[in-house]
Design a protein around this ligand. Structure first.
Ligand code: GYE
Length: 342
């Protein structure tokens, strides 16, 4: 009897200890969630009332669509009121939008300059209105650097260098004595920093290399349709070229369509290097239609909102922030590349 009693009391003690421990864990979990909510609302509270005017170029590529989605989603998550304008590929629409943001007296202006020149006047007006301006994705070329507070985007010059270095490696051992490796370049929007810098970075690495020659270069405006058209109407036969350097995947996909129509085997007959790393280009890389894809990261929304929060509080921000990016080579293990989301 006594033995059973003791056993029962012992079990009761263990049960009580467990229940006590469980209650304590539950309490701390509730406390953490409450703090987390507090912190979130704290973050949102910090952002509450911030109005960000954002002028976007348009929707010319899958990259751009993802860039827009990233900005919109990040503003909503941060509780920042977003005045969003789509310029439909026209600089004058961007200038009008920035003027409307000034009139509305937003806290911060952010914009993706479709081309790098022609911004001085409207940025002077923003400065007079004491509204900080953040340049996103593409760069501007102005004398008076204090007309904007910072830049967040990608290093297009480095992307061009990486494309050239891939071709140098791919054609390693090619005898300069033989005819040169003949390269066609599909460049992006004329006057855009992305196109200017990708071309410059590419030439910096390849022009002084004997055995390589850029035989044709034309702007496809970052559009798939123009990439197709340019490759379909080349002033020479596909057999006259060895490699394609395309400034974005949209134009590359158009070029692939044109090549396949002519019975060309892309990735074999013509070596192809492309920039952006949208899903369709990664799929083409996996199929062997493309040989190298250089990532240009469009998911800049969260960083833009963090910077807007600092600027709205009158705090300084770094002058240049480059997104982290990688390169996908045909010789890599491509099996576990996560879905690109664009
Ligand atoms: O490569 C292209 C988009 O500005 C870096 O613009 C961006 C470029 C990108 O249309 O797909």
């Amino acid at each position: 009897m006594r033995e059973d009693e003791n056993k029962k009391n012992g079990l009761n003690k263990i049960a009580k200890a467990y229940i006590h421990k469980l209650a304590l864990m539950l309490f701390y979990a509730m406390l953490f969630i409450a703090c987390q909510k507090q912190e979130d609302s704290g973050q949102n509270r910090e952002s509450k009332g911030i109005i960000l005017g954002f002028s976007q170029i348009g929707a010319e590529s899958a990259w751009r669509t993802c860039n827009t989605r990233s900005v919109r989603d990040a503003a909503a998550a941060a509780g920042i009121q977003l005045l969003f304008s789509n310029a439909e590929q026209k600089q004058e629409n961007q200038i009008k939008a920035i003027r409307s943001f000034i009139a509305y007296q937003v806290d911060v202006i952010a914009f993706v300059p479709i081309v790098s020149s022609g911004w001085e006047n409207v940025l002077e007006e923003a400065k007079e209105a004491r509204i900080p301006v953040l340049v996103c994705d593409r760069k501007i070329n102005i004398k008076n650097d204090d007309l904007y507070v910072g830049y967040i985007g990608t290093d297009s010059t480095e992307e061009g260098r990486l494309a050239a270095k891939f071709l140098l490696k791919k054609f390693e051992g090619h005898k300069a004595s033989e005819r040169p490796i003949r390269i066609v370049e599909l460049s992006g929007t004329e006057g855009s920093s992305a196109a200017i810098e990708r071309s410059a970075g590419f030439r910096e690495c390849i022009e002084n290399q004997s055995g390589f020659e850029i035989i044709y270069s034309a702007s496809g405006d970052f559009l798939r349709s123009k990439g197709y058209e340019l490759m379909r109407t080349l002033p020479f036969d596909f057999t006259e070229m060895d490699a394609l350097f395309s400034h974005n995947d949209g134009m590359t996909l158009g070029a692939l369509d044109a090549m396949k129509e002519k019975g060309v085997n892309p990735g074999k007959d013509i070596i192809i290097v492309s920039i952006d790393a949208e899903q369709a280009a990664i799929d083409a890389l996996k199929r062997g239609d493309v040989n190298c894809v250089i990532e240009c990261n469009p998911k800049q929304g969260p960083d833009i909102m963090n910077l807007a929060r600092h600027l709205a509080r009158g705090e300084s921000i770094p002058r240049i922030i480059n997104m982290t990016e990688q390169v996908f080579y045909e010789w890599d293990d491509l099996s576990d590349i996560p879905a690109r989301g664009y």
